[in-house]
Structure formats: C-alpha cells, structure tokens
Design a protein around this ligand. Structure first.
Ligand SMILES: Cc1cc2nc3c(=O)[nH]c(=O)nc-3n(C[C@H](O)[C@H](O)[C@H](O)COP(=O)(O)OP(=O)(O)OC[C@H]3O[C@@H](n4cnc5c(N)ncnc54)[C@H](O)[C@@H]3O)c2cc1C
Length: 490
C-alpha cells in the first residue's frame, strides 16, 4: 500500500459507506482504508454506555444501498455496529481496512499531484508514508481521545467514581446506587432511563433544558411495507418518507418556532404526571432545531420520571461534596456515582495537519466547497453529515458526488482538482449552523462556507440532492495536470 488512487481515513459508518460507493460507482479505483483503532464502526464501537442508541431512524441513518431490516427503527448501538460490520463484509470492504494506522499529517505536492500521508502504527509507534491521488477523510467530527469535560469545583472531594460516557468503564456497577447524570443532551436522556432500570435513583442534573420529543421505537408503516415489498424497495420508500417528515419538522421549526414549541410542550405535558413542572425542566431558552432535538424512543425518559425512578433537576453546580453535589440553590444531591454527559470536543479530519506545497493549511481560515472540499486544497474531501437530519443522508450524497468527480477527472485526463474560492467580498457563514456547545466551542477551528452555491450546502436533503447528485460536477473547480519543473541543464 505505498500508493493508492484514493486513501480513505476512518472505518466508521462513513468510511465503510465511502468504500462501498467507490467499489460500486467508480470501480477500478485502487483504494485503502486506514483506521486508527483496532476495529471498525467508529462511534458505534467507541460508545459503550448503557442504552447507547441512535436518535434518528435507521432508514435514514442506514445507507441508501443497504436496507435496514431490524425491527427497531431507533436502534441500539450494538445493532448499528453489526449493520456496519455486515455491510462491510457483504461488499468486501472489511478486507480493505488496515487497523491501528492513524494518519497524522498530509502534504500535497502540485508537481506530483499526490498527497504524502504520514501514518503512525498505533501498536508499535513506527511511522510509514503512504501516497495517494485523493485523500478522503471519513474521520467523523469529534476527538476520540477525549470528551468535553469541564472541571467542577470541589470534584476532588467526591469519593465515588466520576465517569465520562465516552469512556464507560466495563466493570462499573450502578445497581442500587444513586447516580447523578450531569447534562441535558442526547447522551444524558439516553443514559437516564437505562441506568434507572437498576439504580436506586437517577438524577439528571441540567443547567438548562433541551427539547425532548417522544417517538415510537418501531415504525408501523415500515413494518407493513417490509412485509409487502422486497427489502430494497421498502427501505427506499421508508427512507424518503422519513426524509420528508424530518425536513418538514425542521422547516416548521425555523418558520413557526412558537407553534412547534407549543406542540413539543403539549407532548411533554401529556407524557408526565399532572402538575409536573414542565416549564422549568423542558422549556429551552432557544428555538427548536437551533440545537439537535432529543428524541426518546417510546418516551422512555418520561416513563422513568413518571415512575419515580428518575428525576430532573434544573440548577447549577456550586461544588462537589464528599457524598454528592451541592447546587447553587443550596440543595444537595446525594450521589454514589456521577456521570458527566457534558459532550464532545470537535475535530475535523481526525486532527491531521495539512500542507499544500509546503504551506500549512489552517482549517479555520478555509472556505468549504459543497460542504465537503476546501477551497485551495487540491484532491481532498471530508465527509461531514447532517446535523438536522441523519448523518448518512449527506455522507451518501458526498460519496456519490466524489465518484462523479473522479470519473470526470478521468474522462478529462486530469489528475488534480482544486475548488476555487468565492469572491472575497461575498459574505461567509458558519460551516455548521448550530448553537450547540460542541459547535460554538470549536467555531474558530472550523472552515466557513460561502453564501451561494457551490460554496455552501443547505442542510436540506432535497436541495443538496439536486446539487450533489444532479448538479454540474466541476463548477467553481479547476481541473489540471501537474506541471513538472524541468531539471536544470548541466
Ligand atoms: C453517542 C452518539 C450518538 C449519535 N447518534 C446519531 C444519530 O442518531 N443520528 C445521526 O445522524 N448521527 C448520530 N451521531 C453522529 C455520528 O457520529 C454519525 O452518525 C456517524 O456515526 C459518524 O460516522 P463517521 O464514520 O463519519 O464518524 P465516526 O463514527 O466518528 O468514525 C470515524 C472513524 O475514523 C477514525 N479516525 C479518526 N481519525 C483518524 C485518523 N487520523 N486516522 C485514521 N483513522 C481515524 C476513528 O477511529 C473512527 O473509527 C451520534 C454520535 C454519537 C457520539
């Protein structure tokens, strides 16, 4: 593997999907997949906390080409991992993955039209250099080696374990224990009902609320269609149905936030006992879909709260004490275990450093092209899925587009493609239009995007499908061949 046409970094949901697309849509390309860990699956292998699951449906989080055939539409982590593994196996991708290979840096040479990637073997620390014509980051969006973990006053005094969900200890026993989960995001609302099954009591301690919406874990229409139609046809129809529903919900939230707020609130009121203080614990300060909505399958969080197995406290931490946490209100929460579901630290391209012809690329200074390339950085793609819909919808579109681009380059006999920058006077926008903590913390390190096509994507599957699947391939892009500098005559 000294040189390949395409080098894929990462063997998670996106990396495996990318390789499947390449094999099917641009066959004959030589490629390899480097994975830093010792197994595939990325997120769905890393996160092992109790109850870990998707919060979007698997007909859209699954690949377009590989039907989701399990019963649950909102699936458990292990089922998603198995889906990724079996897809990789079925498409012969598993044999193309080299594990324990972390890419550290990549350097582009315009005279050779190739990237040289410095790769460390994580088992013995040795380095190797791999070259490729196209580098394709499928490295997700967060750091694997650390989660976001603020320091809390007095935490050294707490005598029990403090656990981050990204590094869930295999031997942690919470049976009959009092657990406090700090956080209000998807991880917290997943953990709380799962822990509450055996814990003495679980308290979700949040500084401010999140929108929480209950949905059935199974999809009745999907079940019916799957009985009537071949798996592929059923998968396609249900995928489109869910795309349109999610998009409708997102657009309604953006256009009529007060109406949507009222709808979400009345769902919560119905799910909780009479008199529950819904406005303190379930009324966020932002509008729906300014941050990701938290979806709870079959209302499991509300059920745990209604049954008295879990409670939600909205307050701020004053200090940890020996046996728990004292809040700003003066209340003390007794705890045997504290879980800090405080989030992720974002990182694009798996934290690798880039340079083009010896000049370092500062990601925060770049402008994205169609949401997956960087202006001025040749032959580099990065897969970044949707934040307001399932990640894979965009990952699939990106992969399809890249296959079209590779074909266009081949037809034109060109080895280098470079996205040109938009007019410097035109306004730019954030690459990720979300107010979630993990996005705002990383804002300076993320590329920006332009305000017009082809320098922006719309976070809208229908429009992006048009742009990436049917739109022109090389608009705003220059294809060329390396110009070899003649050796000096002697
Ligand atoms: C707990 C949790 C739940 C989620 N639920 C949903 C959901 O319901 N719906 C949804 O749409 N999204 C969800 N997401 C987002 C989720 O990450 C994506 O859906 C999807 O799994 C991302 O896949 P990926 O392959 O792009 O990235 P990842 O799953 O992060 O995989 C990236 C892979 O790249 C490897 N890698 C990283 N850097 C390097 C490097 N330098 N060299 C080599 N290899 C490298 C990593 O080891 C990893 O295997 C969730 C995320 C989390 C954390």
């Amino acid at each position: 593997m000294d040189h390949v046409d395409v080098l894929i970094l990462g063997a998670g949901l996106s990396g495996v999907g990318a390789a499947c697309h390449l094999v099917a849509e641009h066959p004959g390309t030589s490629f390899a997949i480097l994975e830093a860990r010792d197994s595939m699956g990325g997120t769905w292998d890393l996160f092992r906390y109790p109850g870990v699951r998707s919060d979007s449906d698997m007909f859209t989080l699954g690949y377009s080409f590989q039907p989701w055939v399990e019963a649950k539409a909102i699936a458990d982590g292990p089922a998603i991992l198995e889906y990724i593994r079996s897809t990789a196996h079925r498409h012969g991708i598993d044999e193309r993955i080299t594990y324990r290979r972390r890419a550290l840096s990549a350097s582009w040479s315009s005279t050779e039209a190739r990237w040289t990637v410095d790769v460390v073997h994580t088992d013995d620390g040795t380095h190797e250099q791999v070259t490729c014509g196209f580098l394709w980051g499928n490295t997700g969006y967060y750091r694997y080696d650390e989660g976001y973990r603020p320091h809390f006053p007095g935490e050294e005094r707490f005598t029990g374990p403090i656990v981050h969900p990204q590094f869930w200890p295999e031997d942690l026993d919470w049976t009959d224990k009092r657990v406090v989960v700090i956080g209000s995001g998807a991880t917290a609302v997943t953990l709380v009902p799962a822990l509450a099954e055996t814990a003495a009591r679980v308290t979700m301690l949040q500084r401010s609320p999140t929108y929480v919406v209950a949905r059935p874990a199974t999809d009745a229409l999907a079940d019916r269609l799957r009985r009537l139609l071949p798996a592929r046809a059923a998968h396609g129809i249900i995928r489109w149905k869910n795309v349109l529903l999610t998009q409708f919900s997102f657009q309604m939230s953006r256009r009529f936030p007060d109406f949507v707020k009222r709808g979400i609130r009345s769902g919560v009121v119905r799910a909780l006992p009479d008199g529950y203080d819904v406005d303190t614990h379930f009324r966020p300060r932002y509008n729906p879909w300014e941050q990701r909505l938290c979806l709870v399958p079959d209302g499991d969080l509300f059920e745990a709260v209604s049954a008295g197995r879990a409670e939600i406290v909205t307050d701020t931490i004053d200090t940890f004490v020996d046996g728990g946490i004292r809040l700003a209100s003066g209340t003390e929460l007794a705890a045997d275990i504290v879980v800090t579901a405080t989030g992720l630290n974002m990182a694009l391209l798996g934290g690798i450093t880039l340079e083009v012809d010896g000049v370092p690329v500062v990601l925060g200074d770049t402008i994205a092209y169609k949401g997956f390339m960087l202006c001025g950085v040749p032959n580099l793609a990065l897969t970044f899925g949707y934040t307001n819909a399932s990640w894979t919808l965009k990952a699939d579109l990106t992969a399809e587009y890249l296959c079209r681009l590779l074909a266009a380059m081949e037809t034109a006999g060109m080895r280098q493609c470079i996205a040109t920058a938009p007019d410097p006077d035109s306004p730019t926008e954030p690459f990720v239009d979300f107010s979630s903590g993990y996005v705002t913390r990383a804002a300076d390190t993320l590329p920006r995007q332009g305000s017009t096509i082809p320098w922006r994507v719309h976070q809208n599957y229908l429009r992006d499908t048009w742009l990436l699947r049917h739109g022109p391939v090389v608009d705003g892009m220059v294809l060329s061949n390396p110009v070899r500098v003649a050796a000096p005559a002697h």
